[in-house]
Design a protein around this ligand. Sequence first.
Ligand code: NAP
Length: 335
Amino acid sequence: MQRQWVVARRPSGRPLEDGDFELVEAPVRAPREGEVRLTTLYLGFDPAQKSWMENLATYVAPVEIGGVMPGLGVGVVAESRAPAFVAGDIVWGMIGWEEQPTVPAAEVWKLPPEVPASAALSIFGATGRTAYLSLMKVGKPVAGDTLVISGAAGATGSLVGQIGKIAGCRVIGIAGGPEKCAFLTDQLGFDAAIDYKNEKVRTRLRELAPGGIDIFFDNVGGDILNTALAQLALKARVVICGAISRYNFDPRSPEMPEGPRNYFNVVFSGATIQGFLMPQYESDYPEADRRLVGWLRAGRLILGEDVQVGFENAPSTLRRLFEGRNIGKQLLKVA
Ligand SMILES: NC(=O)c1ccc[n+]([C@@H]2O[C@H](COP(=O)([O-])OP(=O)(O)OC[C@H]3O[C@@H](n4cnc5c(N)ncnc54)[C@H](OP(=O)(O)O)[C@@H]3O)[C@@H](O)[C@H]2O)c1
């Protein structure tokens, strides 16, 4: 037998709760032709998993009540009935919250040499590909640009800032608390950081970006997006990657925060606001993987990781994202 976390309730319009998940025992299933059985090593956590539970996202299969909680993870092949894999291979993919998942071999990928198991979900999952492709294809950085990132000390934001530095940008991160801000400037080489929980973002942006913001990379939405829109430079690009400040509200409820009041400034600045959704850039994944792995091997990327331990802690580990407790990629070590 093995353990699985299944979805017990949809957390629509409210924060996640313990009762939204149930820990169950289930038999280990032997792989059929074309499948592999894995032992899960790490689970990776993404804010979007809450919206998957609510069936809000159209780019993932609907989540059933009683079904295994979907999620990305890294595992070691325990048993293979697929020619491309042998026992001992380390793979990543959508393996779900399960200790010994049996999955189609076509849905998992081997890690290249020199990429540690824990790094796979920062580099290859939604995180790295999103950071690279959204900045390069939508933000279109030019050396000398001022790049401002919200949610900057999280998994995606911390990579966007480092890629922005490689592209020659002046990088300013917005994050919650002095520890996260010190991580950005002292460890990742950001030019400046704004602690939105203890500083006035509007005042600090005026001081740090007197010529305006060329690229605003938004993970948060709400007040921070509104403040940034008032300070755009001419022809600025606003990349809407996420809006985590909204995820605990039902989109149909009157409590959902209103859209940004300063949106009309895009007229004066001639700015572009564009959304990004990773699955729409599938043909560009090889480029993103190659560049990210290259920079990782060259020591040009630092992967912040917050590693919790123990399969039984999966629900509380997902909640850490919404409580702002993670620095860098939120992971759970399972085995
Ligand atoms: N469009 C896409 O294809 C795509 C793909 C991947 C991720 N995303 C989005 O990118 C964003 C970042 O994802 P991630 O995986 O890198 O997560 P993450 O940034 O590592 O973790 C979430 C962070 O969001 C901040 N946060 C939480 N609640 C907040 C609130 N109410 N107001 C302001 N900030 C809050 C917290 O940082 P602080 O302590 O600094 O507040 C927290 O650490 C999310 O919005 C996610 O949905 C989009």
